[in-house]
Write a protein that binds this ligand. Structure first.
Ligand code: GRF
Length: 216
């Protein structure tokens, strides 16, 4: 049984999608804890309602990034994580923290990386006039939103799209994509090797890691 620890900062809809899939599909894993950097994260209540241990490591209590990340790491490691899932965790992590979890820390980013790293990705995609947009699940490395890509989901950008409409279209795909990747990781079918993503031999359909939204 693998231990998953999920880090959130907000509404936690990706976390919820993972919880739901784990329960529905009986993965060889359990969610050992959901940890937030703020007590205000709405997702904490969702996790509690699902019977999952929650914890807040409040950022205000620590003077600098290094001491915060050291405290966070200590809290996480009490749950012996095999996989650390960032699900809307709104902090830039120190290289020390990231290196400690090398090969077992993943993130979902709301764009087709390497395009649109950082914030306001949907607004920037509309402004740039791209026709395709989406979400990326990647291993986390010290450089922001630049780790090896595991899987991507693609949606169209429509001519009259608003930021909210595009965000909702992408989020729907995030909720399909992220649980699928987490499941494959805990099944031992995905790993990081020499800075590259390696898939288990039994997976030879690229479609497993490329999802498309509705283009009709
Ligand atoms: C998602 O769009 C995710 O891609 C990004 O932050 C958002 C989190 O949403 N990293 P939620 O908290 O999972 O609902």
């Amino acid at each position: 049984m693998k231990n998953i620890v999920i880090l959130i900062s907000g509404r936690g809809s990706n976390m919820e999608a993972i919880i739901r899939a784990l329960h529905a599909e009986a993965w060889p894993a359990r969610i050992a804890a959901v940890i937030s950097n703020t007590a205000k994260a709405a997702g904490l209540a969702t996790a509690k309602d699902a019977g999952i241990v929650t914890q807040v490591v409040a950022q205000g209590e620590y003077g600098d990034r290094l001491s915060y990340d050291a405290a966070l790491l200590e809290a996480i490691d009490r749950y012996s994580p095999d996989l650390l899932v960032l699900a809307g965790f709104m902090r830039i992590l120190t290289a020390e923290f990231v290196r400690h979890y090398e090969g077992r820390i993943i993130n979902i980013h709301p764009s087709l990386l390497p395009s649109f790293t950082g914030l306001n990705t949907h607004e920037r995609a509309i402004e740039a006039g791209v026709r395709l947009h989406g979400a990326t699940v990647h291993f986390v490395t010290p450089e922001l939103d630049a780790g090896p890509i595991i899987a991507q989901a693609v949606v169209p950008v429509l001519p009259d799209d608003t930021e909210a409409a595009l965000a909702a279209r992408v989020l729907e795909q995030e909720h399909r994509l992220y649980p699928r990747v987490v499941r494959r990781f805990v099944e031992g079918k995905i790993r990081l090797q020499d800075g590259r993503v390696v898939f288990d031999d039994t997976i030879n359909t690229p479609g497993e890691y490329v999802l498309t939204g509705d283009f009709s």
